[in-house]
Design a protein around this ligand. Structure first.
Ligand SMILES: [Mg+2]
Length: 321
């Protein structure tokens, strides 16, 4: 990752912040608020890093949940209370708000990695408090059961055609994916959700065909998949150099990983319920992870592609915003 000179306004995280992010040791209170960066004129596209080498994209890696699909929207509202419940049951006397902040902190920091990591962290927190944790796999199963109760009707409605897939997509994501595919960009989908769900939900959301055969998700043997592995594989197999790879994601694992590989990171600070506007909480974390560009969703996909491809009116590497 390039080291940028210190500037008055904090635009990129320091190396030590990045390595701490990687360790997932951030607590909620440590997240700084980042001031808005320059916007492309008249658009909702925030350019955090105008120095990225544009016009070289050949491969694109997409996160799935929250970046393309909203089928699992609200999963945090299932996971966080469940994990807080497990810790509260230990009766350590810690105030519930404190446990909530702790859980929220690690759930968020581990978002984008596989679900099992959040459950492993829960087990660790239970052990720290003198409790006897269950197998993290059991916690994961319980979480998926609870989540399923919430999303089952959504999935059923998509299957029987009574729900328009556009309603469960991040706006503009299908158009963006289609445009990149038409331009010959090779597309990869990588999600921390179990692979069988990623496949079926990518079908339901109408995007699977653009990513085949490059659809990756969590495996039972969790050590044999990570977004970093997918990125390393893309770079190695195609003899790529950083800026030929662009990652699109709403979580900071994918942004952090692509930045560490020298690629370009487009952060989507999507508001999952309203499907529009910036979720400032996500935005801060994406900026922290080193996102070069921040968008609220992909409604302005045409301009975003033109900017990434260094086309008019954004031609030339030196184009100033
Ligand atoms: Mg996501």
């Amino acid at each position: 990752m390039e080291v940028h000179p210190p500037s008055e306004r904090k635009t990129v995280p320091t190396q030590s912040e990045v390595s701490r992010l990687n360790d997932a040791t951030f607590s909620e209170s440590e997240f700084p608020e980042f001031e808005p960066g320059p916007m492309l004129p008249g658009l909702d596209i925030e350019v955090r890093n105008p120095d990225i080498p544009r016009g070289r994209m050949r491969f694109a890696l997409f996160d799935f949940d929250g970046t393309i699909s909203l089928i699992r929207a609200g999963w945090q509202d299932v996971m966080i209370p469940m994990l807080v419940e497990k810790l509260t049951a230990l009766n350590t006397g810690e105030p519930e708000e404190q446990l909530h902040a702790l859980v929220e902190g690690f759930v968020v920091t581990l978002t984008g990695k596989q679900t099992i990591y959040q459950m492993m962290r829960l087990a660790e927190e239970i052990r720290k408090r003198g409790g006897q944790p269950e197998d993290p796999v059991a916690y994961k199963r319980e979480y998926l059961d609870r989540l399923w109760q919430r999303i089952e009707s959504r999935v059923e409605s998509l299957r029987n055609g009574s729900l328009d897939p556009e309603q469960v997509r991040v706006p503009g994501s299908l158009e963006l994916v289609r445009e990149l595919a038409a331009r010959g960009v090779t597309l990869y989908l990588a999600s921390g959700t179990d692979i069988e769900f990623v496949r079926s939900e990518a079908e339901l959301a109408g995007v699977a065909e653009y990513f085949e055969p490059h659809i990756y998700g969590a495996l039972d043997n969790y050590e044999s998949f990570s977004k970093k592995m997918v990125i390393d594989q893309i770079l190695a197999q195609n003899d790529l150099h950083g800026p030929e790879l662009v990652a699109f994601g709403d979580g900071y694992v994918e942004i952090l990983n692509v930045k560490q590989a020298g690629g370009i990171g487009v952060g989507a600070a999507t508001e999952e319920y309203t499907r529009e506007g910036i979720n400032s909480w996500k935005r801060n974390r994406l900026v922290q992870a080193g996102a070069d560009i921040i968008v609220p969703e992909f409604r302005q996909w045409r301009q975003l592609v033109a900017y990434l491809m260094a086309e008019e009116p954004y031609g030339g590497e030196q184009h100033a915003v």
